[in-house]
Design a protein around this ligand. Structure first.
Ligand code: THU
Length: 129
């Protein structure tokens, strides 16, 4: 059984693999799947800047590419415990509109917990097509 604090710690541990030489702003994410798997992600920057991928999207894309599409919660860790950017909110909404989003600092202290549908109100999703 993975606790929320375990999930946060997985995100903290993942930050060792961040590739953020331009911003020096490290973000780690850890996604808990419905079957209890933990899939981590980190931000991966690029010299051309715009191809940069956030930690949350790295985690989702890793998960989906491994056959996982049902998510229960995500831990996101960074300096200041930031919340996911708009693009990541949209990508997460595709698969888990009621996902619990846990935001913690780089020491693993949880600062905020919100549901994704609070972070992206009235989001556009598959049911709208
Ligand atoms: N970043 C994330 O990985 N997740 C967020 O929720 C916010 C921003 C990354 C992108 C970039 O590498 C760095 O943080 C600064 O924007």
């Amino acid at each position: 059984m993975i606790t929320t604090q375990d999930l946060v710690q997985a995100a903290v541990d993942a930050t060792q693999f961040c590739y953020a030489p331009y911003s020096n702003f490290k973000v780690g994410a850890a996604l808990l799947t419905a079957d209890g798997a933990v899939i981590t992600g980190v931000n991966i920057e690029n010299a051309a800047y715009s191809p940069t991928n956030c930690a949350e999207r790295t985690a989702v894309f890793k998960a989906v590419s491994e056959g996982q599409r049902e998510f229960v919660k995500i831990a996101v860790v960074s300096k200041g415990a930031v919340s996911p950017c708009g693009v990541c909110r949209q990508v997460l909404t595709e698969f888990a509109p009621t996902l619990d989003v846990i935001m913690a600092d780089l020491d693993g202290n949880i600062r905020h917990t919100m549901r994704l549908d609070e972070l992206l109100v009235d989001g556009f999703g598959p049911a709208n097509l």
